[in-house]
Design a protein around this ligand. Structure first.
Ligand SMILES: [Zn+2]
Length: 135
């Protein structure tokens, strides 16, 4: 869930848009964003859902990241193993609010500084939990 803390009478700066996003982000989202990867077990994972579609000649291997709730589906050629999805990449379905708003980044890519801010936020969350001030 996104929380907009910027007054509506002017456009947000990039820093404000990014700060607004962080304010509504789950810690698990920040973990996946800073590490640039999800916690996935893969095609043979115990929680991976396999759906064989012989008509389309594909296997859909779907799993959900336990950290951020993003669902990742690999559409795999049944006979050749090639990914059949758009651009030959897995399909990602993100939880609402997970993706950064367009005005929060330069061209949709987080900067090194923004990743550092997320990491710093995670450290703050971890320290607060360690000190019993946050669950
Ligand atoms: Zn994830």
């Amino acid at each position: 869930m996104s929380v907009n803390v910027t007054p509506p009478d002017r456009a947000r700066t990039r820093d404000e848009a990014f700060a607004d996003w962080i304010a509504g982000a789950e810690p698990g989202w920040l973990e996946c964003r800073t590490q640039n990867r999800h916690l996935l077990e893969g095609i043979t994972g115990r929680k991976t859902d396999l759906e064989v579609d012989r008509k389309q000649g594909v296997v859909l291997a779907t799993e959900t990241c336990p950290r951020c709730s993003t669902t990742v589906t690999q559409v795999i050629g049944l006979h050749d193993g090639y990914l059949q999805s758009v651009y030959g990449r897995p399909r990602y379905e993100y939880p609402e609010g997970y993706t950064l708003p367009p005005d929060a980044t330069e061209g949709g890519v987080m900067s090194r500084e923004q990743r550092a801010i997320l990491r710093h936020e995670l450290v703050a969350i971890a320290l607060e939990r360690m000190n019993g001030k946050r669950r």
